[in-house]
Design a binder for this molecule. Structure first.
Ligand code: KIV
Length: 308
């Protein structure tokens, strides 16, 4: 865990909305792109205050927020619900929405319609989807509909059963070569950027060098054009498992346990709420109330005196 000083909030007059074009320009001037996942309004608000470039509502939502075993059960409606909350909090970051399992695999028409929902209902500026050459036609159709697409190669969690678990990809010459080809195909299909997840650092660096579009790495070393982490991993909220490539910047689960158990201790001991956290009425109003009760409900007054 790191202990940095308090970060400054970037004044809104100094901020411009991040677009797919500004993301591309960052690659050109070798400025590393920052991206994190968010699923709710307060987190998006803080991310926007510190000036993150991209906020992704990832389908990791299913595991780190909704408690599913994998990302597979996540639905379009769940994604849209969380996208709307994030859009209310973030005004400047580029907002990307992750297309959930089975929202783009069945037919191209369905994929375009679902991608459109992310922009129309979810307040997104772009969508992300997983897969290589098999998705090229779908990506082209979505881009042709005017929707920017971020690709995702390497460990693609929606294919967890096909991949045999959440394990690194592209470690053999053959699979690495195929990944390079896939990356080029996705660029040609019109992707504006590409997530590279859990692949060897030198492979990610090579892919980043040979593509014109920016790569965003997660478990792919420092040679990518940008970096992303799942926020609940970074904050130490999700404790079920932590991939080796995650750096924990906080222990919020520990902090939550401390706060919840302190609350419980306080209320059991009657030390909360105290006067500072209570609301009172003036003595005169209280007197008027007593006078009224004396006439209408005197037994209530007697009970109140006995209890206090
Ligand atoms: O769903 C997600 O959070 C993602 C990131 C790991 C890039 O796809």
């Amino acid at each position: 865990m790191s202990t940095n000083q308090t970060p400054s909030v970037i004044p809104s007059e100094d901020r411009k909305k991040v677009t797919v074009h500004s993301i591309q320009a960052m690659k050109t001037r070798h400025e590393v792109i920052s991206m994190l996942t968010a699923y709710d309004y307060p987190t998006a608000l803080v991310m926007d205050q510190v000036g993150l470039d991209i906020i992704l509502v990832g389908d990791s939502l299913g595991m780190v927020v909704l408690g599913y075993e994998s990302t597979l059960p996540v639905t379009m409606d769940e994604m849209i619900h969380h996208c709307k909350a994030v859009a209310r909090g973030a005004k400047y970051a580029l907002l990307v929405g992750d297309m959930p399992f089975m929202s783009y695999q069945v037919s191209t028409a369905e994929a375009v319609r679902n991608a459109g929902r992310f922009l129309q209902e979810g307040g997104r500026n772009a969508i992300k989807l997983e897969g290589g050459r098999d998705r090229a036609e779908t990506i082209q159709a979505i881009v042709n509909a005017g929707i920017p697409v971020m690709g995702h190669l390497g460990l693609t969690p929606q294919s967890v059963h096909q991949l045999g678990g959440f394990r690194p990809q592209g470690r053999s010459a053959e699979t690495a070569y195929r990944l390079i080809e896939d990356a080029q195909i996705l660029q040609e299909a019109g992707c504006f950027s590409l997530v590279l997840e859990s692949i060897p650092a030198r492979l990610a660096k090579l892919v980043s060098k040979c593509l014109e579009i920016p790569t965003i790495g997660i478990g792919a070393g420092a040679g990518c054009d940008g970096q992303v982490l799942v926020t609940h991993d970074l904050l130490g909220i999700f404790e079920r498992f932590t991939p080796r490539f995650v750096k924990k910047y906080a222990d919020l689960a520990g902090e939550m346990r401390r706060a919840f158990s302190e609350f419980k201790t306080d209320i059991k001991a009657n030390t909360f709420p105290d006067a500072e956290h209570s609301i009172e009425m003036s003595d005169i109003e209280w007197h008027f109330l007593e006078e009224r009760l004396k006439i209408s409900n005197p037994s209530l007054l007697i009970r109140e005196r006995v209890d206090s």
